[in-house]
Write a protein that binds this ligand. Structure first.
Ligand SMILES: [Zn+2]
Length: 178
């Protein structure tokens, strides 16, 4: 059966009994309407993240050098969350990866599956998934950096592609994408 979450509008399919949204964890789920089922089928047929994954693969194979990759990846759709969040142990923490010279990497993901897998392993709970372009993410990060003690860059699909943009490369990357 196909379900919709009234809280976060996530549409998903499950064969067995299900009582909470796999995206936001809230119990506010119901059977999808015919329109929502149609939307779900379309998305499934043409994954929205094809472009991001395709570009990452081209870069990994060496068919796109770093500069060419950044130029086009700025427009690619990615998923991310806020840097600070709740941990399963009840505390709040910064969910970032260490980078050189006491800077960090904020993770971004090419799909919902990857962001969920990453935060599941990191013990993060009750987080929001934000969708945007890689450029908008870098611009937000640059803005946060102006007041933050630890400067952040970005890592795309840690554990998979793991492409990084260091904190001190944000300006360069952003100007390439524009
Ligand atoms: Zn939900």
């Amino acid at each position: 059966m196909i379900y919709t979450c009234d809280k976060c509008r996530f549409i998903f399919e499950r064969t067995g009994q299900v009582d909470s949204c796999p995206d936001c964890g809230k119990p506010s789920i119901r059977e999808a309407t015919p329109n929502e089922r149609e939307e779900f089928r379309k998305k499934k047929a043409a994954p929205e993240n094809t472009n991001s994954v395709f570009l990452l693969e081209q870069h990994e194979k060496g068919l796109l050098d770093d500069t060419s990759f950044l130029k086009v990846f700025g427009k690619a759709k990615i998923f991310y969350s806020t840097p600070y969040g709740d941990h399963k142990d009840g505390g709040a923490r910064l969910f970032a990866l260490p980078a050189s010279e006491s800077t960090g990497y904020l993770p971004v993901f090419s799909s919902h599956e990857r962001i969920k897998e990453f935060y599941e392993n990191a013990g993060r709970c009750a987080y929001m998934i934000i969708e945007g372009t890689f450029l908008s993410f870098l611009e937000t990060t640059r803005q946060i950096n102006t007041a933050a003690p630890v400067k952040m860059g970005a890592v795309i699909d840690p554990g998979y592609f793991g492409v990084t943009v260091n904190a001190d490369m944000l300006d360069t990357a952003i100007s390439l994408m524009k």
